[in-house]
Write a new protein. Structure first.
Length: 86
């Protein structure tokens, strides 16, 4: 899996210019912004193959799960992180 770094709110840890020039990425300042959504395939969550992995193994997704992906809204993650006392 590729490692991604994100800037949240007014903290620009990974941006080119900590003062915030126009070339830096947009701020994560609203929910449901598609630029700050992570889509996770449900099959990846339920990937638990037997060992050794059979060539034709298909993850078994519970029948009460609907859809192929779920989204994580990084704005909501940011809100929780900024409220935490570190």
């Amino acid at each position: 899996m590729a490692i991604q770094h994100w800037d949240f709110g007014n903290v620009r840890k990974y941006s080119d210019d900590p003062l915030g020039d126009i070339n830096n990425p947009a701020l994560c300042n609203t929910p449901k912004d598609p630029r700050f959504q992570i889509s996770v395939p449900i099959s990846e969550v339920f990937w638990d193959p037997p060992y050794p992995i059979p060539l034709n193994y298909i993850p078994i997704i519970p029948t009460n799960i609907i859809g192929n992906n779920f989204n994580i809204d990084l704005y909501r993650v940011q809100r929780v992180a900024l409220k935490a006392n570190f």
